[in-house]
Design a protein around this ligand. Structure first.
Ligand code: SF4
Length: 232
């Protein structure tokens, strides 16, 4: 960290280093629709998994989505960022965390020395957009979660950052409020997991950016301990 904390926080508030990212073309799959069950999903390799998401009909969201949003980044990343579900822009572009919230997420990652696509993978719990950005239903989560679980198996991240109430509660199987989940290291199937606010929430509640910064510092410190072989 070459800049003092105050400067990093200022960056989070002002996002002075935004860059429009080049959008990789979304590969349209010509494969027929498939709706494999959890046991089949749990055996898929990366490409089969990606194709299965893009053609998935396991829940009703496939009818209203523009496309499935598989995820983006380094499939061997040490860092895994998990959000909720695609919004309107993600649904259009086929990539998670784009638009204003995505730019803030990129600024948050930059604040701890990370960059989208570079040792970072970004995915959502839900791969298809709920209409009107409503909360996903428990049935939709149950149908979609096997895809994220398999992504986690294949990536093998050293640390998961769950952004937002929905991602945290889905991965930790709890209804505890996000304010009580923050500030400590949880485990998801043995992988250290840290909870922070969703960037879309932070855009509406900028006063909580300082708390998000605390979460990022905890995440960075936890990763340093993991890499050094210290207990976390
Ligand atoms: S949300 Fe998940 S389970 Fe539902 S259609 Fe999309 S990819 Fe399939």
């Amino acid at each position: 960290m070459s800049l003092p904390v105050q400067e990093r926080l200022r960056e989070l508030g002002l996002w002075p280093r935004w860059r429009l990212r080049a959008r990789p073309a979304q590969a349209a799959s010509a494969a027929p629709a498939v709706s494999e069950g959890p046991a089949e999903i749990a055996r898929m390799d990366w490409e089969a998994l990606r194709r299965a998401v893009l053609t998935c009909t396991r829940c009703a969201l496939h009818r209203s989505r523009t496309q499935g949003v598989f995820g983006v980044g380094d499939p061997r990343a040490e860092w895994l960022i998990v959000g909720e579900a695609p919004g309107a822009e993600e649904d259009r572009q086929g990539e998670p965390f784009v638009g204003q919230a995505g730019r803030l997420l990129d600024a948050m990652l930059a604040a701890i020395g990370l960059k989208r696509g570079d040792n970072v993978y970004i995915a959502n719990v839900l791969k298809s957009r709920p209409p009107g950005n409503r909360d996903p239903s428990p049935e939709e989560v149950a149908a979609c979660l096997p895809y994220l679980e398999r992504q986690i198996d294949l990536i093998g991240p050293k640390l998961i950052l769950a952004v937002g109430r929905f991602a945290a509660q889905s991965l930790l199987t709890t209804d505890t409020a996000i304010g009580r989940l923050r500030g400590r290291v949880h485990r998801y199937r043995g992988i250290p997991l840290i909870v922070t606010y969703h960037p879309a929430y932070l855009l509406r509640n900028p006063a909580d950016k300082a708390r998000a910064w605390e979460d990022l510092v905890l995440a960075r410190r936890t990763m340093a301990a993991i890499l050094a072989g210290r207990p976390v």
